[in-house]
Design a protein around this ligand. Sequence first.
Ligand SMILES: *Cc1c(COP(=O)(O)O)cnc(C)c1O
Length: 229
Amino acid sequence: MSLRDRIDAVEVRVAEACKRSGRDRDEIKIIAVTKYVSLETARAALDEGLHHIGENRWQDVKPKWEALHERGIWHFIGHLQTNKVKDIIGKFAYIHSLDRLSLAKELQKQAAALNMKVNCLIQVNVSGEDTKFGLAPEQLIAFAQEIKMLENLQIVGLMTMAPYEMAAEATRPVFRTLRELRDKLNELAVLPYRIEHLSMGMSNDFEIAIEEGATWVRLGSVLVGKDEA
Ligand SMILES: *Cc1c(COP(=O)(O)O)cnc(C)c1O
């Protein structure tokens, strides 16, 4: 399948998921996750009209970012080590993996030094798997209270990953829980502003995530493919 065909096929599936759940297509943005593909494929994705690019390791994304950063909106979606914050700060419009206080403080420090705000999503480990990063759901409110005084951080949403091997339909409770957590944070007004985004859904489960309220789906293999290693 060509890249164009893949994008068109994903669009059809996104549209159908919107229809099933009574959502407006404009509420959902697709992040093209280019970590498995070359710089040339990432460039082709931008040429085909994809605008949001997701990557998870600075060492790997660096050449792509340097060549293409003016053409898209860049999302850092992977686990972020505190000592790597200085490499990526100011380069990515959104960081989807805020999962601990030490990281929040380092982001605050680096963003303040640059006199900028950094847009973050709090990663929540809804499924509770040992192999996944993220706060436990019951830690979320206390964490939001702790970071709300870090004034260079702007929390724009929540992010989660569903267990990979689950059948797509079995992921629904994970996504639903993330939506409920966002609604609860807003209802309790834990932060002095409302948070909107739900970054959830990958190649194998994005339709369920959309039905449950995703505003960003992060799509790698189904959308841009995987280059041979
Ligand atoms: C790799 C990755 C994706 C995309 O994975 P696919 O299953 O290929 O769509 C999405 N989110 C995160 C956090 C990733 O690391």
